[in-house]
Design a protein around this ligand. Structure first.
Ligand code: GZL
Ligand code: ZN
Length: 338
């Protein structure tokens, strides 16, 4: 009797488990739903300038790690390879995909009015990161976070004035080789403005040549090598990012020209990425002006504020400093995030 009941019970159990399996297979019901596209994730389309410099790579890494799925984001990343038309394509693609936010690291300040009007018409908020944009209607973007590039340039000039004064050369001629970043980028416009303002106030200072290095080591190396072959003497290289400084240093080495703390040519460099700080510690670069690329957490917090209905500030400037060989150490360099 008992055996038969046991048999019936076992039969009933396996019938139920088959039923549950069938139900899960058909309706996905049961403890873990398999999301087709998890509605809870905030979908962000990010149009990045390219991968032209160490700074840019650090910026990309910061954005990817901050806008991660574990933090509640679905990131759609596009690398424009330093071409603005690729950024237009990426933004239109994000609009098609109906993302929740568009984040744009603009290659240059101008040209954004039309494509950002399309994003506005689609009701997609746009956050600008790093360089700024110049649009007729400032409501085309919700918020910007980045550096005060003019302040960076002025920091470099104040250091140069101090160094020249120490050498007793303040009113003597100073021949400056200026290596510029990508034309029309806010970092280029404002770091250049700081130098131009200084040349205007120091009669003996002259810019002997302006080279368009596009923030890359290769381009800067080529242009500085060609310039040095003219034999024109220089006292300072004002280089608008570290990778162009690396290129300039290669050309100076090939030309047998000394540079840095104890050399004939002082080098002023912007970004302060790790490899530049190491050269600064060795005395090969005189000053590294910090330009902080770690905007990922800042953008994530802007989006979080917007998600909770808050209105973040229109412009958020990050704090930055500068480094000369005297204040650097191996430990300090190792501790830095980029
Ligand atoms: C500055 C950034 C510049 C860096 C370069 O915030 O736009 O672009 O100085 C980078 O290294 O390529
Ligand atoms: Zn404007």
């Amino acid at each position: 009797m008992r055996k038969a009941a046991g048999k019936r019970f076992r039969l009933l159990c396996c019938l139920c488990s088959v039923l549950i399996l069938v139900c899960q297979a058909l309706y996905g019901c049961g403890e873990k739903d398999v999301p087709v596209r998890d509605e809870k994730l905030i979908r962000v389309g990010f149009s990045q300038v390219g991968s032209e410099s160490d700074w840019r790579m650090a910026n990309t890494a910061s954005m990817i790690s901050a806008l991660s799925e574990s933090s509640g984001f679905e990131l759609i990343f596009d690398n424009a390879k330093q071409r603005q038309e690729n950024q237009f394509l990426a933004i239109r693609n994000f609009i098609q995909q109906d993302v929740d936010y568009i984040v744009l690291a603009p290659i240059a300040e101008s040209g954004w009015d039309d494509v950002l009007q399309e994003a506005k018409n689609a009701g997609i908020p746009v956050i600008i990161v790093d360089r700024q944009i110049d649009v007729g209607d400032e409501s085309l973007y919700t918020s910007w976070v980045g550096s005060n590039f003019l302040a960076e340039g002025e920091r470099a000039i104040r250091w140069l004035e101090g160094a020249i004064q120490q050498q007793g050369r303040l009113n003597q001629p100073l021949r400056i080789l200026h290596i510029q970043g990508t034309d029309g980028a806010t970092a280029q416009i404002q770091r250049t403005k700081a130098l131009n303002d200084a040349v205007r106030t120091h009669p003996g200072w002259t810019v002997v040549s302006r080279l368009k290095g596009e923030y890359t080591e290769a381009k800067a190396y080529e242009l500085v090598r060609d310039f040095l072959s003219s034999g024109e003497p220089i006292d300072v290289i004002y280089s608008e990012n570290d990778n162009m400084s690396f290129g300039a240093i290669r050309a100076l080495d090939e030309a047998g020209i000394s540079y840095g703390r104890d050399g004939d040519v002082m080098i002023i460099s912007f970004d302060a990425v790790r490899d530049a700080l190491k050269l600064c510690l060795e005395g090969k670069i005189n000053i590294c002006v910090e330009c902080n690329p770690l905007h990922g957490p800042r953008v994530a917090s802007l989006i979080t504020q917007l998600e909770s209905g808050e209105t973040p500030p229109k412009l958020t400037y990050v704090d930055e400093t500068f480094f000369s060989s005297g204040v650097l150490s191996e430990e300090l360099i190792e501790e830095r995030e980029y």
